[in-house]
Design a protein around this ligand. Structure first.
Ligand code: NAP
Length: 276
């Protein structure tokens, strides 16, 4: 089994991104990401901190706006609108989940489609669905595609099975794979004979959110396995795919160090694209 090393690929891409940032700065532009964090969810704080660190590493502008859990929908919408109007801000990200009672889709749709670097706006998702990839691409699924490209794993004509149909991972990954002429199936909690379907996959992508959900008997020997899952148990991270699947996979992403490092990198890529 060959490891798909997300840390290595992310570092390689980040080098290229740093050069793009420097070139833009020579033209007097500074790609800047604004992150809005509402409430005090500890995991969200860690994610936002990670984004801030990578933005700074690439020499980009990184702004953080923290609002209390008691903030109203209007206050969040006002801040989004202020950032939409700010020419110094190129990308806006609202860290999810928002506190209970807030209308997430209203907030996400309020972000200008030109600054929608997390790609949650129906406009950018709609373009992707139509096969037009000139808009922003969703960070995690695009990270998966970049990993496969780096290792010269062609998806055209391959049987790709995606486990999970979330708006963040499964559905946009379906579009990206279909746009590349893979034969794609998406399976989920209501799928019958799930293992029979996953065993058909040349490329198996898993985003379920359950540690070790995919076991060896559910994978075709020689398949490429991409594990998107991140499950924290007693402070340790586990993927959705059992570790011993690596004994039969041809390529596999580890957790941590697989898809995870690619997500933030693709977010920075989108922010630089927004600035350009
Ligand atoms: P999600 O919104 O909870 O969706 C999970 C999907 O898995 C749903 O479509 C669900 O099916 C399906 N599912 C759940 N239990 C199942 C079962 N027993 N059999 C078959 N399908 C089942 O999760 P998500 O946001 O896509 O995230 C999935 C995982 O990826 C999580 O571990 C998350 O932390 C991780 N993640 C990682 C990154 C990264 O940067 N690496 C980014 C995003 C997410 P139904 O639709 O039928 O309920």
């Amino acid at each position: 089994m060959k490891k798909i090393d997300g840390k290595l690929v992310a570092e390689h891409l980040q080098k290229e991104l740093k050069e793009k940032v420097e070139a833009l700065q020579k033209e007097g532009k500074n790609p800047t990401l604004a992150v809005i964090l509402v409430g005090d969810d500890p995991a969200s704080k860690v994610y936002v901190g990670g984004k801030d660190r990578v933005a700074k590493k690439l020499g980009m502008g990184s702004l953080r706006y923290e609002l209390p859990t008691t903030a109203t929908q209007e206050e969040v919408l006002d801040l989004v609108e202020k950032l939409n109007q700010d020419p110094e801000v190129h990308g806006i990200l609202v860290q999810l989940p928002l506190p209970k009672g807030m209308n997430e889709s209203e907030v996400l749709e309020a972000i200008s489609k030109e600054k929608d670097v997390d790609c949650f706006h129906p406009y950018n998702l709609g373009k992707l669905f139509q096969g037009d990839e000139t808009g922003f691409l969703p960070c995690t699924p695009n990270g998966v595609i970049k990993l496969l490209e780096y290792y010269d794993i062609d998806v055209q004509g391959k049987d790709v099975v995606i486990v999970g149909r979330s708006n963040i991972v499964g559905k946009p990954l379906f579009s990206l794979m279909l746009n590349r002429s893979a034969t794609v199936s998406v399976v989920h909690s209501k799928t019958r004979d799930l293992a029979e379907k996953t065993r058909q996959a040349d490329i198996l992508c898993v985003a379920v959110g359950r540690a070790g959900f995919i076991t060896k008997d559910m994978v075709k020997p020689g398949a490429v396995v991409v594990d998107v899952g991140i499950n924290s148990i007693d402070g340790k991270l586990y993927g959705d795919v059992a570790r011993d699947v690596e004994e039969i996979a041809s390529y596999m992403t580890p957790v941590p160090g697989g898809v995870g490092p690619m997500t933030i990198t693709m977010l920075m890529d989108n922010t630089i694209k927004a600035c350009r």
